[in-house]
Design a protein around this ligand. Sequence first.
Ligand code: AMP
Ligand code: MG
Length: 408
Amino acid sequence: MNPAGKPGKTASLMPVEVALARLLEMAEASPIRERERLPVAQVQGRVLADDLVSTLDLPPWPNSAMDGYALRVADWTGEPLLVSQKIFAGQAPEPLKPGTCVRIFTGAPVPADADCVEMQENAEVQADERVRFLESMKPGQNIRPQGQETTVGELVLPAGTRLGPIEQGLAASLGCAELDVVRKVRVAVLSTGDELVEPGQALGPGQIYNSNRVLLCSWLQRLGCEVIDAGILPDDLVTTRARLGELKDVDLILSTGGVSVGEADFLGMALREEGELALWKLAIKPGKPLTFGHFRGVPVIGLPGNPASTLVTFALLARPYLLRRQGVKEVEPLKFQVPAGFVWPRPGNRREYLRGRLENGRAIIYKNQSSGVLRSAAWADGLVEVLEDRTLMEGEYVVFIPLSEVLG
Ligand code: AMP
Ligand code: MG
């Protein structure tokens, strides 16, 4: 619902899709080109470097989809047929003797000249071991034809595919022992803020525990990145400059905090001095300030520091950027529409990503949507997208992005 006559207040903010398009453009300008060959069992989360083209027909020969009997449809007269051979999976069959049938098991090659398999439930073994078939059969019945899944020369997985258990299984089915994958993206994680203390230490006055560091390091590992944990950076320009300078061999410096236009924006200052800086104010909530730039040629993304803001901006912007650096085409998460199980009475000027859950087919939201409350995301199954300038009544459709879609 867009309240009639109410002008949007979003003009000065950058829409999420514009920011994403810019980040992806930047990612495409510096693709990771190096590759490595790995055993197929070790490519989980990695990105395929070359098209995977089949060198096999799959299945390589027609085989039985059932335990039963292979025969020629034309040989069926209603009279029992002699069983002339028995074929298990893994055996090579003899050609079918005319006027007979063959005992066959699931996955076994169907002998030449047999054109159907009848399942054993529809067959009656006679006292003399001949078999009577109870129903008429159709040619091709219960036979998986050669090449039904894949034929030689067919493109099975394009370069840029992210590999998971299913793709690994598929590659194995084609006989691939190894795959060429894009080398891991090296990401340095920096947490900025004088108030931050690592868990395990005592909290002093005004201090809080650093949650973003472990959140991002763990997430990046799940994404198949090589993580360089660069620790906590104090709010101080000299140290910021020095620490950024140490991170030469990385593909991305990912920092959190210190990107608001406040006085403590040392990351921005360092980038301005020794690189370039784009400071974006995004129409996103939680989120808003986001830095993209370079420090001595190394790309830097500065996410906002509030943990829920870090999470949302990483999921929707930094994650696609990192995947695109590796050549992944499909970088956006699967989203679907669900009816809202809540009301949203006041339109906002930023697109909201509420931490929500599905309950009885409707999206409900965590009671506290403050950007500092990470617990909202631990409670949630997904992000509920509420567009700018929108109000919602219960039952109106909203976009739901499962967290499982973005966490890996
Ligand atoms: P900043 O963007 O630095 O102004 O930080 C915004 C808010 O996020 C402040 O309340 C910070 O204390 C908090 N914050 C920043 N970094 C972290 C972090 N690594 N872990 C937990 N909270 C943080
Ligand atoms: Mg700070």
